[in-house]
Design a protein around this ligand. Structure first.
Ligand code: PGA
Length: 244
């Protein structure tokens, strides 16, 4: 199966910059035939979604949104319904990124978002991972297992992806050892399959750049990468895609 290489642009770019990056990416990905090697996913901000959907759709790059509401249409000021994201061209949506969790989202909210995503026909990319204090005590496996129980108990009625992103590794330049990540992913995979009855794909995110990508992608149980900072430049993102 092809590896997933996902670009999370966060709120780093204006709409104009997002369109420029999408255009350059589309041209380069087409020229090199990179979608034959990897499932390439791009997560721009909400406002750029519709235009980028048509740009990237032509070269078979898949589009996702960075968040969705935990409920359907209703009086929820400032929220965006998963169904609207689908209409705008998204096929995936990130649920529970640590930068959202830092604003107060807990596992119950993240689960509700994933359920909304699935019922709208999107594939949720559900993020989980331990903070620095838990890692310092060496308790990351039990912490992540407990998160999975809250996210997946009772199952999820559709396809989903899990993204293991240790919070201390996001945007810091620090990342865990790829062999450790591989054993974490094996646990996540087995536990998620037991809880949901379906085998998920499990990707890793946290300070991956072109110099580290291969060391993660060559490990068993690492089905792909979620890239933040290194996805903002065409050259560094393509260098990662080429290693898939
Ligand atoms: P980073 O971000 O690659 O900049 O560490 C990853 C993420 O937040 O998904």
């Amino acid at each position: 199966m092809k590896k997933i290489i996902a670009a999370n642009w966060k709120m780093n770019l204006s709409v104009r910059q997002s369109l420029r990056l999408a255009r350059s990416l589309a041209a380069a990905i087409k020229k090199e035939g990179l979608v034959r090697k990897a499932d390439i996913l791009v997560f721009p901000d909400f406002l750029s979604l519709p235009e980028i959907a048509s740009l990237l759709g032509k070269v078979d790059v898949k589009l996702g949104a960075q968040d969705c509401a935990a409920s359907g249409y209703g009086p929820h000021t400032g929220q965006t319904a998963a169904t609207s994201l689908k209409v705008a061209g998204a096929r995936y949506v990130i649920c529970g990124h640590s930068e959202r969790r830092a604003l107060g989202e807990d596992d119950a909210v993240v689960r509700a978002k994933a359920i909304q995503a699935i019922s709208a026909g999107l594939v949720p990319v559900i993020c989980l991972g331990e903070p620095a204090g838990v890692r310092e005590k060496g308790k990351q496996l039990s912490y992540v297992r407990a998160q999975l129980l809250k996210l997946l108990a009772g199952g999820l009625a559709g396809k989903f992806i899990l993204a293991y992103e240790p919070i201390w590794a996001i945007g810091t330049g620090k990342s865990p050892n790829p062999t450790e990540v591989s054993s974490m992913h094996q646990m996540i995979y087995e536990e998620a399959e037991r809880l949901s009855g379906r085998p998920p794909r499990v990707i890793y995110g946290g300070s991956v750049d072109a110099s580290k990508a291969k060391s993660f992608l060559s490990q068993p149980h690492i089905d792909g990468l979620l890239i933040g900072g290194a996805s903002l430049k065409v050259a560094s993102f393509l260098a990662i895609c080429r290693q898939a």
